[in-house]
Design a protein around this ligand. Structure first.
Ligand code: SAH
Ligand code: SF4
Length: 384
């Protein structure tokens, strides 16, 4: 990542390195490369992530000379907010423009004493799950670590809450915005590292959750480097149905995914952990009592809790949201089988912040969306 060559390049007028996305270790290396003491990394991390400071001149415990050097070779640049929307239920959503023009969304969902930030990892997604509006946009690019952690930074900044004494604006983070986090492995791991790092956001590892549709080799790798909580997007109790809903299942079928997820939590030092199994309920597709019974058998002996997500509709999809009765029936079968089951309530309805339909009006130019447009959809894509 940061090397002498990069720094020389920056000093010579090349692109400045964005310190917002550097982990403690990377920041230490950056200062060593500059010929500075390692402890500067701790000071700068605190300025950026505890105080919300982006201007090196305000970092008063650094000497004038070092501040000047930093201004020449580095910057602290959060992504740009295009718009902010507040829902009557307290949910706040930001539309963010990243370099190159891509748009992503971030949503903060307050709930009692908690506030969960839903963070994006990619512009679009390559995996094309049949019920997901992000998938319909195709893949544009990975977010950088700075653009991922920048979403946390922006959320806190928007409440003017960096200075101590205002309570925590973000208590939990879920990597459940746009994109497949395990396909942007290094940047997501670095950003989650900063979320959990005491010199940055200090959020407990149980409260930082990575959600994946099942990129098994990357999940195996994650077990060796991360202690974050894990959610898997299952959505079907058998491979035939999951192949239709989550195409990556053809490559990494359910048994492989469950084994990898089991190994992930077995690798954690904290033994009481479970995997969150996400199951989007789609009317007439995967929401029948027999699906619930099959799921109950499939997950027998698998350490998990189950989160049911009634499908959120969007323009390019013919799928429907199940009735409240269908959701209750499904829930009851699983509860009777002894599972802990939650149903995700829709929040921020008035600002389209619900999962899978985060804002509309993103005009995108990918080939996949052209395909959908050719098939009759308009060019207003909902992001999710
Ligand atoms: N790519 C990752 C994380 C982002 S999607 C993953 O698939 O897990 C986050 C969650 O939202 C996933 O469980 C996904 O299946 C769900 N989701 C996507 N579109 C949805 C929709 N239209 N309605 C309900 N849930 C949806
Ligand atoms: Fe990508 Fe997740 Fe959407 Fe599937 S559900 S297309 S993996 S963002």
């Amino acid at each position: 990542m940061t090397s002498n060559a990069d720094n020389l390049n920056s000093a010579a007028g090349g692109p400045r390195i964005n310190l917002l996305g550097l982990t403690l270790r990377q920041m230490e290396q950056f200062f060593l490369d500059l010929g500075e003491k390692k402890f500067r990394a701790q000071q700068v991390l605190k300025w950026i992530h505890h105080q919300g400071v982006t201007d090196f001149d305000e970092m008063t415990n650094l000497g004038r000379g070092l501040r000047e050097t930093l201004s020449a070779v580095a910057e602290v640049r959060p992504p740009e907010i295009v718009s902010q929307h507040d829902s009557s239920d307290g949910t706040r959503k930001w539309l963010i423009r990243v370099e190159g023009g891509g748009l992503v969304e971030t949503v903060l969902i307050p709930d009692g004493g908690r506030a969960t930030l839903c963070v994006s990892s990619q512009v679009g997604c390559s995996l094309d799950c049949s019920f997901c509006s992000t998938g319909k946009q195709g893949f544009q690019r990975d977010l950088t670590a700075a653009e991922i952690i920048g979403q946390v930074w922006l959320a806190i900044k928007s409440y003017d809450a960096f200075q101590a004494g205002k309570g925590r604006v973000v208590t939990n983070v879920v990597m459940m915005g746009m994109g497949e986090p395990l396909l942007n492995f290094d940047n997501v791991v670095a950003a989650m590292d900063l979320m959990m790092e005491d010199l940055a956001y200090g959020i407990s590892k149980r409260r930082v959750t990575l959600s994946t549709s099942g990129v098994v080799p990357a999940l195996d790798r994650l077990a060796r480097v991360s202690e974050a909580s894990l959610a898997i997007s299952l959505h079907a109790p058998n491979d035939a149905l999951r192949n239709e809903l989550v195409p990556i299942n053809r490559k990494y079928p359910i048994a492989m995914l469950l084994e990898s997820a089991r190994n992930y939590i077995a690798a954690q030092s904290d033994t009481k952990r479970v995997v969150t199994v996400e199951y989007t309920l789609i009317a007439g597709v995967n929401d029948q009592p027999e699906h619930a019974r099959e799921l109950a058998v499939l997950l027998r002996d698998f350490p998990c809790k189950i989160n049911l997500i009634p499908f959120n509709t969007f323009a390019q999809s013919d799928y429907r949201r199940p009735s409240g009765n269908a959701v209750s029936r499904f829930w009851q079968v699983l509860v009777d089988a002894g599972y802990i089951v939650t149903v995700r309530t829709t929040r921020g309805d008035d600002i389209s912040a619900a999962c899978g339909q985060l804002v509309g009006q993103v005009v995108d130019r990918t080939r996949r969306s052209e395909r959908y447009r050719a098939a009759g959809a308009d060019n207003i894509i909902q992001v999710g």
